[in-house]
Structure formats: structure tokens, C-alpha cells
Design a protein around this ligand. Structure first.
Ligand SMILES: [Zn+2]
Length: 93
């Protein structure tokens, strides 16, 4: 199960970052550690939501247009909330 694997991975990374409190890479600054922590938190949020949707039978449905998200898209982005078309529309500036 890809979602659960990703969740576990990010969870582990967050735990490691929190325990170290310092930098995972000696050449990386504290900013990098903070950025990594923030990124993992965001990913965990996304994955937790995706797992909740899975339980509710709503996983894989675009939250904007309600169409099914293509499985190939989900394979690359298991926590995707929007279909490729809506995703492109929402990230376009
Ligand atoms: Zn859509």
C-alpha cells in the first residue's frame, strides 16, 4: 500500500528530525532542517487526508470536479486531491 508506506516514511523522517534537533547533514544549515520538517509535515497532512478519504470511499476522486483521478497520476502522487486538469488549473498563476 503506497499511501501507508509514504506515511510511515515521512513519519520516521519527522521523528528523526525532531530527535536530532540539529542538522541531518553537517553541510546543511538549520534552515534546511526546518524546511525538511515543514515538507514532511505537509506531506503527512496530505497523506493522512488521503488515507481518511480511502476509508470513506472517496479516495481517487477529484475534489473540485468529482471525476476519477487517473490511476497513473495517483501512482506518481498518491496524495493527489485533484485530477491533473484541476491540479494544473490550481497551481497556474
Ligand atoms: Zn478535477
Amino acid at each position: 500500500m503506497v499511501l501507508e508506506e509514504q506515511y510511515a516514511r515521512h513519519h520516521t523522517q519527522l521523528a528523526l528530525l525532531a530527535r536530532q534537533g540539529t542538522r541531518p547533514d553537517p553541510t546543511a544549515g538549520a534552515d534546511t532542517a526546518a524546511a525538511l520538517t515543514a515538507a514532511s509535515r505537509r506531506a503527512l497532512d496530505d497523506l493522512a487526508r488521503a488515507l481518511r478519504h480511502l476509508d470513506q470511499g472517496r479516495y481517487g476522486t477529484c475534489q473540485r470536479c468529482r471525476t476519477d483521478i487517473p490511476i497513473e497520476f495517483l501512482a506518481h502522487r498518491p496524495a493527489a486531491r485533484f485530477c491533473p486538469r484541476c491540479d494544473a488549473a490550481s497551481t497556474r498563476r
